[in-house]
Ligand binder design. Structure first.
Ligand SMILES: [Ca+2]
Ligand SMILES: [Ca+2]
Ligand SMILES: [Ca+2]
Ligand SMILES: [Ca+2]
Length: 121
């Protein structure tokens, strides 16, 4: 996880379009947790995947992944092992990375880790 801080610093200039929502905005039923459904419902509206797909081929390759404002394990996120990340693989990988206690929800403390990574405006 040490790379998070390096990446947040290196990409501060390019992260302006991503994740411009607060925890409360994502938590649409206000139960203090952001489920995958709530997360997918908001993240897909922001067009972040296309921001990261710099060559516009609809897939994230290794170099696009390295340039994106988040940390993760590219090989681990690539569930179908085709060498690229589609939007589901990216969003699902992000969600799993920041769900530190693996309970299937984002709670506020976990969201702060997400925020610290430079993903939120
Ligand atoms: Ca909720
Ligand atoms: Ca691409
Ligand atoms: Ca894949
Ligand atoms: Ca959690």
């Amino acid at each position: 996880m040490f790379k998070r801080f390096m990446i947040a610093g290196a990409l501060a200039l390019t992260a302006t379009t991503a994740f411009g929502a607060t925890f409360a905005e994502m938590d649409s039923n206000n139960d203090g947790k952001v489920t995958r459904d709530e997360y997918f419902g908001t993240i897909s509206d922001w067009g972040t995947y296309s921001d990261w797909d710099s060559n516009g081929d609809g897939l994230i390759n290794q170099s696009e992944f390295d340039a994106a404002p988040f940390d993760g394990d590219y090989v681990y996120w690539d569930y179908n092992n085709d060498g690229y990340l589609d939007s589901y693989e990216v969003y699902n990988g992000l969600y799993a990375t920041y769900d530190d206690n693996d309970d299937g929800y984002w709670e506020n403390g976990e969201w702060h880790d997400f925020d610290d990574a430079g993903l939120k405006n």
